[in-house]
Design a protein around this ligand. Structure first.
Ligand SMILES: [Zn+2]
Ligand SMILES: [Zn+2]
Length: 302
């Protein structure tokens, strides 16, 4: 696949097919770096380390979830060891189609990245549900600490935690998402009026972090929420699909024929929102749409 995703004003957005796993620097330069480039790199790293040391002296790094002082490794999510473990409990993917998780069996690997996506079959939970997305990769089940993290991410003060959860997702699900070879990362859009009230947009923050790790663009304007919908949390499952019907449109100037799209949201319950967003992308020509979510509800809700 050699899709070319065009951004607003038909400016081509570089695609990444077949290049995931490389760092962005590796992707953009096939020639060996010159001495001047190496020199600039050394200076940039020294400046970054000095700046971080100065910041750490004034504001010691704290775990983004529980607040204890930590000594983070370079490139690691800002979480203490305990939260790092609790936020990704030992569950494994039971259904690639709807992202349903099942308790981990000790001798089996958590996720099996070598299996192709989307899945051949569907589980009992989703086999009667016509989703427009092709698969779901959750970080973990919507319960306990991960549920608390998702709830806090949506709050006004949740930006830092949302960024950390994006790092954690990108790190823990790197193989599964890289195997999908996305061309573009797209957050589920929030209506402008809701964003004004919340003053935060956790899917956008998550998408930005995930896209940085993958070295593919995050296009926050590719999907537009045309109307403000009722909060899905207060509605029964059947009403949730009705509630979001026609809620999205493709952003002006985007051409996504044959693109592989990674759709990002914080939590997936019935899948109604991601499915409706995926419908718009598929109708615009996207080849395949995979949903990346921090948490997946592990029980169907009545
Ligand atoms: Zn912690
Ligand atoms: Zn399923």
């Amino acid at each position: 696949m050699n899709a070319e995703v065009h951004g607003c004003g038909n400016t081509p957005v570089p695609t990444s097919s077949g290049t995931l796993g490389e760092t962005p620097a590796e992707m953009t330069s096939s020639n060996p770096p010159s001495r001047a480039d190496l020199g600039r790199g050394v200076v940039a790293r020294w400046c970054r380390r000095t700046w971080l040391a100065a910041v750490n002296l004034v504001l010691p790094p704290r775990c983004a979830f529980c607040g204890v002082d930590i000594e983070p490794e370079d490139g690691e999510p800002l979480l203490c060891e305990t939260c790092n473990r609790l936020l990704v409990p030992g569950w494994r993917l039971g259904c690639r189609r709807c992202g349903t998780l099942v308790p981990q069996v000790p001798e089996q690997p958590e996720f099996v990245a070598s299996k192709p996506l989307p899945p051949a079959g569907r589980c009992l939970r989703c086999r009667r549900q016509p989703y427009y997305f092709d698969g779901v990769i959750p970080l973990g089940p919507y319960r306990d600490e991960l549920r608390q993290a998702v709830v806090r991410m949506k709050q006004r003060t949740g930006d830092h935690l949302a960024g950390t959860m994006g790092e954690l997702y990108a790190q823990r699900r790197a193989n599964e998402v890289a195997a999908f070879r996305p061309d573009v990362v797209v957050p589920i859009p929030m209506h402008w009026s809701r964003q004004m009230v919340r003053r935060t947009n956790s899917p956008e923050i998550l998408a930005a972090r995930i896209s940085r790790h993958l070295g593919v663009p995050s296009e926050g304007a590719m999907l537009v929420r045309r109307r403000n919908t009722l909060p899905q949390a207060g509605l029964p499952p059947t009403k949730r699909f009705e509630n979001v019907r026609g809620a999205f449109r493709l952003g002006r100037g985007y051409a996504i024929k044959d693109a592989r799209v990674l759709l990002v949201d914080d939590v997936l319950t019935t899948g109604a929102t991601c499915s409706e967003a995926a419908k718009v992308l598929r109708k615009a020509g996207a080849q395949i749409v995979l949903a990346a979510v921090v948490a997946r509800t592990d029980q169907p809700r009545a």
